[in-house]
Write a protein that binds this ligand. Structure first.
Ligand code: NAP
Ligand code: MN
Length: 257
């Protein structure tokens, strides 16, 4: 079994990486950054996102195992104290693997597709954006404001939560569309509340202008000035997270927040 370890660059995370490599030092496990079957992530959910994007073209053949060296996250959901036990089980047991869809974001006029695990935001912090929003080919509304955020179930506890969006329970592969500083007055109004959508929803956004606008996807971003429209939906690509013990979503929520 080929494996690699992605860490946050702090002392504790680097020490745990060393421990993983020492424990797996045998002919059976080969450290391989290019073609790993298991990617151990040591750090936080931020580190986990970076690991996903690093292996975005190889997700089919990879399982991720997260070890949190800070509090406790939603992706990095083994604690540092559990590492010995985790490695013992890794060598002898089959993990429970849960598969999470990524968002697929296609940029019209730029001929480019990118992926997001938490969320995609179309945002303009300099000027008011005017966007025509369609859902499943049906015109829904004209939005005016700083932007919109489309998140996944796992991303619902990230920026979506700060935007007043609801948290979606683990196991529901739904999408959630939230406004970023929507403009509401007597002449113009949009939905205002967050909208939870079915997993097969396709969101299409047509701007009046994308001048000065960014597409932010997880920790990454790019200008979209040259785009004429953006399509967002759940992708066929999935992230496989392996866990070696029960995962209670509600106790995780209680602990983190
Ligand atoms: P980052 O420093 O890597 O992450 C910012 C914070 O968001 C960290 O505390 C991280 O947890 C946490 N986080 C990431 N994904 C999460 C999730 N699914 N549920 C709950 N918390 C989560 O910042 P970055 O480099 O800008 O990375 C971008 C990601 O961080 C975005 O996808 C965004 O949603 C999230 N973020 C959230 C907020 C907010 O809630 N207002 C602000 C900035 C960024 P760890 O400490 O475990 O790494
Ligand atoms: Mn499951």
């Amino acid at each position: 079994m080929n494996y690699t370890v992605i860490t946050r660059e702090d002392e504790l995370s680097l020490t745990l990486k060393e421990k993983i490599c020492l424990t797996l030092a045998s002919n059976e496990y080969i450290y391989d950054e290019l073609n790993p079957e298991t990617v151990f992530v040591v750090g936080g959910d931020g580190t986990f996102l970076k690991a996903i994007h690093q292996y975005i073209d190889h997700l089919e053949s990879i399982q991720f195992i997260g070890i949190h060296t800070g509090t406790l996250g939603f992706m990095c959901d083994h604690q540092k104290e559990e590492l010995d036990d985790l490695l013992e089980k890794f060598k002898s047991e089959q993990p429970h693997v849960h598969s999470y869809p990524l968002l697929e974001i296609t940029l019209e006029g730029k001929n480019q597709t990118v992926y997001a695990f938490n969320e995609a935001r179309i945002e303009n912090i300099a000027n008011t954006l005017t966007l025509d929003l369609s859902i499943n080919d049906e015109f829904f509304e004209t939005f005016k404001g700083s932007g919109i955020c489309l998140c996944t179930q796992i991303g619902s506890t990230a920026i979506n939560r700060s935007l007043g969006g609801a948290i979606i329970q683990h196991g529901l592969p739904l999408l959630q569309l939230s406004e970023i500083m929507g403009l509401h007055h007597w002449k113009h109004r949009s939905l205002g509340s967050s909208l939870i959508l079915k997993e097969d929803a396709v969101i299409y956004v047509k701007p009046e202008s994308f001048h000065h606008t960014l597409l932010c996807y997880d920790h990454k971003s790019m200008p979209v000035d040259q785009c004429t429209g953006i399509t967002m939906k759940n992708s066929q690509k999935h992230v496989k997270i392996a866990r070696f013990r029960e995962y209670s979503y509600l106790s995780r929520l209680k602990n983190v927040f």
